[in-house]
Design a protein around this ligand. Structure first.
Ligand SMILES: [Ca+2]
Ligand SMILES: [Ca+2]
Length: 93
């Protein structure tokens, strides 16, 4: 039992490290969503990409470096309603 008690904090730490990137993306989404409608318009999307780039996401860093926010937005906005939803963003890996 002593072994399990010693290992538990380690396992918990490993698990929280594993889910950290997904959490960070969700938090970035919520903070970028300025009007709180749970979708990102082009301005909010830009904020979101900048945040992701800062957190070290390679695809976001590429978009930011090339200034291709509009191009990325067009690709992610699959149903072309002018906003990106969390579902559409989940394709951005
Ligand atoms: Ca919004
Ligand atoms: Ca959309």
């Amino acid at each position: 039992m002593a072994f399990i008690r010693t290992m538990l904090p380690v396992i918990a730490l490993a698990m929280s490290a594993g889910i950290a990137p997904a959490m960070a993306q969700q938090e970035l989404f919520l903070s970028a969503d300025a009007n709180g409608d749970t979708t990102l318009d082009k301005m909010e999307f830009r904020t979101f990409i900048d945040g992701l780039a800062q957190s070290g996401k390679p695809i976001a860093q590429k978009i930011k470096a090339a200034g291709r926010y509009n191009m990325a937005f067009g690709r992610i906005d699959k149903n072309r309603d002018g906003v990106v939803s969390p579902d559409e963003l989940s394709a951005l890996k």
